[in-house]
Ligand binder design. Structure first.
Ligand code: GLV
Length: 312
């Protein structure tokens, strides 16, 4: 039998992954961190989500690391990560679609004043609110990878003027694109709804700070489904409290789970979800992983590889 596949996650049990991989590849030596990994010299492939630092480096015969999230910052944060081992990440159409749904949901919630109508209902008040036409509600999407591109296209389809910002130049049909730091003020200046799906890298950590918030139009709404560490929390709270920002829907946090005493919990303009904007769905994510396992075992180039230098 080929080398073992180790499932390294404390969040999920890997049962679905074992079933799907076995159906596609035949009998497997599939091991779970939860149940003990046995002799780790046997491990050829690790499917990993937030592995304990140093763990992957201790697998002497490891040939491929598969990130169970589309974001790979959880792997690159490990300073002992074995750089001679190929790193790939899942590509999951299911997750991509969910992320776009999350962004569109909150954008429409804000755009159509749903909170005000909920308050009116409580007061038994029939009160149509001032209406903003979608053509006057530009949406800016930060990050134009697979998720950001899909999200931006969906906003454009709904009729919102849609912009995208990325590190390198990209073109997306129906979307006005900007790239690089120099273009950031022009992009932010028009983004009445800002959606963050950037990868977390050295360059993007803390990018959502006071300068960025100040560059947004007054009354802008933030949707963060990238990483918590993109946001300087005190700066966001200040921008909300000053009234410059109308609200923020946050799915990701600097510390997860969000600590019970964090000011976000009780903030009237903050909407919290527990990192659920996109679930890695084994059904939709496994075909790409199966393909890569076959490629690894037949010496062909791998798909969806990660460049540790760029961080995605
Ligand atoms: C989830 O956060 C992911 O990176 O897929």
């Amino acid at each position: 039998m080929a080398g073992a596949i180790a499932y390294i996650s404390r969040d999920t049990d890997g049962v679905a992954w074992e079933k799907l991989l076995t159906e596609a590849l035949g009998p497997l030596d599939f091991r779970r961190l939860r149940d003990g990994l046995g002799n780790t010299d046997d491990i050829e492939i690790a499917l990993a989500w937030k592995p304990q630092p140093g763990l992957l480096a201790s697998f002497k015969n490891l040939k491929m690391i598969v990130s169970l999230g589309m974001g790979v910052d959880h792997l690159l944060a490990d300073d002992k990560l074995p750089h001679h081992v190929a790193i790939t990440r899942i590509m999951d159409d299911g997750l991509v679609g969910q992320m776009a749904e999350f962004a569109v949901y909150w954008a429409l919630w804000h755009h159509r004043d749903i909170a005000k109508y909920a308050a009116s209902q409580k007061a038994k008040k029939w009160k149509p609110e001032e209406f903003v036409d979608s053509i006057h509600r530009p949406v800016g999407v930060m990050g134009l990878g697979t998720i950001g591109t899909d999200t931006a296209k969906k906003f454009a389809m709904l009729g919102f003027p849609t912009m995208g910002w990325s590190r390198t130049a990209k073109t997306v049909p129906g979307v006005e694109t900007f790239h690089g730091r120099d273009a950031l003020p022009a992009f932010l200046g028009k983004s009445t709804i800002l959606v963050n799906v950037l990868p977390l890298t050295r360059e993007t950590r803390g990018l959502l700070d006071k300068k960025t918030f100040a560059a947004l139009p007054k009354g802008a709404f933030l949707i963060n489904m990238g990483r918590g560490a993109h946001v300087v929390d005190d700066d966001l709270l200040a921008a909300l409290d000053s009234g410059h920002l109308a609200g923020a829907a946050l799915d990701v946090f600097n510390t997860e789970p969000l600590p019970a005493d964090h000011p976000y919990w009780a903030h009237p303009k903050v909407h919290i979800t527990p990192h659920m904007a996109g679930y890695t769905n084994p059904r939709t994510a496994s075909p790409g992983v199966i393909e890569n396992i076959k490629r690894l075992r037949t010496g062909q180039p791998l798909l969806h590889t990660v460049d540790p230098k760029t961080g995605y």
